[in-house]
Design a protein around this ligand. Structure first.
Ligand code: ASP
Length: 347
């Protein structure tokens, strides 16, 4: 069944030409750009109602425009990333913040990370249950602590101490995700009866994990930033943490190469430090972000069964949005490219 998910491929790269017509940017204008994702997986036209598709397209457009407005006003890449991600954390369509998936025990444990391309500063939280905006908490770790990653109740105490908004864990509840948990538990029980605690991954419905959000941005000062926020995988247990809060795996930014936010089967993204690997190929092998991200998503991950995608942005404003699943919720905008919103392959 998994092979079905692997055969679809899409690579979209939008090059930012330096010089365009008289109404557009000139070669002296600094590029500014943002790209976002709302998760990758089995997303097909057959499985999507027109109303639902429209909701996603609107949500992606709003989040992109929110981030782009920050850049247009001269704001920083990290502010743009946070603005776009927070809009998606508040939207129950996505598996981040409200709308996050449920754990095996029936609650929500959220992960997020953020990184600056100029300095390599980074922050992350893992397994937080009462922080309203995990991306804000990740940023606070970066800016207001001496650490890079805080987890669980310690991360929550820190978030409280720096004045971030707290909510009850039930704030993140949605009926759709609850129903997914029930289906996932049924599958797990069947597998457990067969004494198989691991193989459930093989029959896992990718929709159970879909909807992680992320953003990458380039500001007028030439600085890149990246961020990712997620509820992780439905029915996760034993304190499972995916790639999203892991710097180098789910999130990476380096002004000398690129900024990346990933979505997909986190275990693979951790093992192959996907986000950093893409930028390393750009930095040391002189590859374009299109080539480097294609290699990692299609040639490294795909043969091993690692499904997902990335959004990638370089300091020239080039954008690459490859994925090896049927679809990936994605959008981008720059000062030489109008708003682009995509869901399926080849659009
Ligand atoms: N990467 C996330 C995780 O493994 C899930 C996803 O992006 O779909 O937690």
């Amino acid at each position: 069944m998994r092979a079905k998910h692997l055969i679809f491929a899409s690579l979209l790269t939008i090059g930012l030409a330096a010089c365009v017509d008289s109404d557009g940017p000139t070669s002296t204008e600094q590029p500014i750009a943002i790209a976002i994702h709302g998760g990758a997986g089995t997303i097909t036209r057959e499985n999507m109602s027109p109303e639902r598709e429209e909701q996603y397209r609107q949500a992606l457009a709003y989040a992109t425009e929110a981030g782009y407005a920050v850049l247009e006003d001269g704001g920083s890449a990290v502010d743009a990333v946070q603005a776009a991600i927070q809009m998606m954390e508040e939207n129950p369509l996505f598996n981040a913040g409200r709308g996050a998936v449920y754990t095996y025990e029936g609650r929500h444990e959220l992960d997020a990370s953020i990184m600056l391309g100029e300095t390599g500063e980074a922050g992350a939280v893992a397994g937080v249950t009462t922080v309203k905006s995990p991306i804000a908490a990740a940023r606070a770790v970066m800016e207001q602590s001496r650490h890079v990653m805080l987890s669980g109740s310690g991360a929550e105490s820190f978030a409280r101490q720096v004045g971030l908004e707290q909510v009850s864990n039930t704030y993140f509840n949605t009926m759709e995700r609850y129903e997914q948990l029930q289906r996932a538990l049924e599958l797990l029980r069947e597998q457990d009866e067969m004494g198989d605690h691991i193989a459930y991954q093989e029959n896992w419905d990718p929709a159970f994990n879909m909807g992680t959000v992320g953003a990458v941005a380039l500001d007028a000062n030439g600085n890149l930033a990246a961020g990712t926020s997620t509820g992780g995988m439905t029915a996760k247990r034993w304190g499972r943490i995916g790639d999203s809060p892991v710097i180098g795996a789910g999130t990476w930014a380096d002004n000398e190469s690129c900024a990346v936010s990933a979505t997909g089967h986190g275990e693979y993204f951790i093992r192959f430090h996907v986000a950093a690997d893409i930028c390393t190929r750009v930095k040391y092998q002189g590859k374009s972000i299109e080539q480097a991200s294609h290699e990692v998503i299609h040639e490294v991950l795909l043969p091993l069964g690692g499904t997902g995608g990335v959004i990638v942005l370089d300091a020239q404003g080039n954008i690459s949005l490859p994925f090896n699943t049927e679809g990936m919720y994605r959008a981008s905008k720059s000062n030489s490219q109008p708003l682009y919103v995509g869901i399926y392959a080849n659009e």
